[in-house]
Design a protein around this ligand. Structure first.
Ligand code: IPD
Ligand code: CA
Ligand code: CA
Length: 257
């Protein structure tokens, strides 16, 4: 499918408006429920998703919808939405969170929008058409070695069985990297790779809605996206590695040892 300006504008609009809903709740008392193993959801997650779902279903009745909080179906063309990525940061008043909206064609992201309400930054990309932030095209350099790189990761705290294998790689990276950060929002991490703030990012056990939009944005900006062993990545992969070209090669070697 060809991504028209109208469809991209609609996705950007709804992401920004959902961001306003999040900001309205941010720093206030939230209704917090436990929805899984050490996993929470707030009324802000729900309100943001409801707004995005209503808007996209009304504007694009022929496109399926899948949201983290309300589910749905992955069928043909599908909107895949994380209405608040970084819920725990949000609930604790840490201002690192994002709204993530991807359009999938046969389960593959063909466009993505990630909006960071606290920074007023909206990132977007579509397949083969490049990545942008607030209208400025993003183009990454080829990167450098790990000892001069600023990298980000996420901990697999919700998947106890992934902790040990994850720590093996983290230990190797910690011994070589210039610096390692853990922000707590995978969509945010991925667009910060596209932005060139992070030279690379890896995480285990993410869900399709965490990565779909951020991955196409960082890829279109010039990052390489695979799993941590350098194999083809898709939204159902167990691990993700997004990095500038030269760093990507070094990280794959490190993780594959
Ligand atoms: C979480 C964030 C976090 C990652 C978790 C995700 P949520 O998403 O992306 O960085 O480490 O695995 O679940 O739950 O805040 O939407
Ligand atoms: Ca998420
Ligand atoms: Ca979420």
């Amino acid at each position: 499918m060809t991504i028209t300006k109208d469809i991209m504008d609609a996705a950007k609009y709804v992401a920004v408006e959902a961001g306003k809903i999040l900001l309205k709740h941010f720093g206030k008392t939230l209704k917090i429920e436990e929805k899984g193993l050490r996993d929470i959801v707030t009324d802000a997650d729900r309100e943001s998703e409801e707004f995005i779902k209503d808007f996209l279903s009304r504007e694009f009745p022929d496109i399926s919808f899948y949201g983290e909080e309300s589910g749905g179906k992955f069928e043909g063309l599908t909107w895949l939405v994380d209405p608040l990525d970084g819920t725990k940061n949000f609930a604790k008043g840490l201002d690192i969170f994002a709204v993530s909206i991807a359009l999938l064609e046969d389960r593959k992201p063909i466009m993505g929008v990630v909006h960071i309400p606290t920074k007023g930054m909206t990132f977007w990309a579509s397949e083969g058409k490049g990545a942008y932030v607030n209208g400025r095209k993003l183009l990454l350099d080829e990167g450098c070695s790990l000892d001069r790189s600023f990298v980000a990761t996420g901990f697999p705290h919700g998947n106890p069985e992934l902790v040990d294998p994850y720590i093996v790689g983290l230990r190797r990276v910690l011994k070589k990297a210039m610096a390692v950060r853990r922000l707590g929002s995978a969509a945010y991490d991925l667009v910060m790779v596209a932005y060139g703030m992070f030279d690379g990012f890896w995480e285990f056990g993410l869900k399709p809605w965490d990565t779909a939009a951020g991955a196409i944005i960082s890829k279109e900006a010039g990052a390489v996206i695979t799993d941590i062993y350098g194999r083809d990545w898709d939204i159902f992969s167990l691990t993700v590695l997004a990095a500038k070209k030269n760093l990507h090669r070094e990280l794959v070697e490190i993780f594959s040892q």
